[in-house]
Design a protein around this ligand. Structure first.
Ligand code: FES
Length: 177
């Protein structure tokens, strides 16, 4: 091999090795950027609805936010039916549940629930909501928002968009959160 062609060969070989090295380090960097599988899964919260009791508010957590779960008693269902608010509730089997973000739609305070009056009061500026978390007194501009959910047997998965949630969005029952 002449000197010139040897140099060309060496340059090509070096280029090829450097290329492989660059791809390897890009791959390593991508692996670092990708979220861990457990972090991805952390965007979802699964709730077994059979564990809840009627008219007893339970505060769960989804993506760091409080989520109210309130199983409706038969009389609460009757009232909601009369007000045309059943559509705000999630039906699983024969039972209805309110599942809503526990953050006031005015300025984000956490409302408190009174099981005697079956209503929520936001102490920050006096806004109130009924037992389906629809607003009954301003200043909140709307009812509590409903997180994306998917019904799966007796459980719901928060963070997944099932057909019932998509229908709520379509009917303007909740905003996308
Ligand atoms: S933050 Fe709830 S009424 Fe203002």
């Amino acid at each position: 091999m002449k000197n010139n062609s040897r140099r060309a060969f060496m340059e090509k070989a070096f280029g090829a090795v450097a290329g492989v090295g660059a791809i390897a380090s890009l791959y390593a960097m991508k692996k670092t950027w990708d979220p861990l599988p457990s972090v991805k899964a952390a965007g979802f919260t699964t709730l077994d609805l059979s564990a809840y009791e009627g008219n007893k508010l339970v505060t769960e957590k989804w993506r760091g936010k409080p989520v109210f779960v309130l199983k409706q008693t038969p009389d609460m269902v009757e009232v909601a039916k009369k007000k045309g608010e059943l559509k705000r509730l999630i039906k699983v089997g024969n039972d209805y549940y309110l599942v809503a973000l526990g953050l006031c739609t005015h300025l984000g305070c956490i409302p408190g629930y009174n099981p005697d009056t079956k209503s929520f009061l936001c102490a920050c500026h006096g806004g109130t909501y009924d037992s389906t978390a629809d607003v009954t007194k301003a200043p909140p501009p709307r009812g509590l928002d409903i997180p994306p959910f998917k019904i799966n047997g007796n459980t719901i998965v928060l963070g997944e968009e099932g057909p019932e949630y998509k229908q709520m969005l379509k009917e303007g029952i909740t905003l996308r959160v």
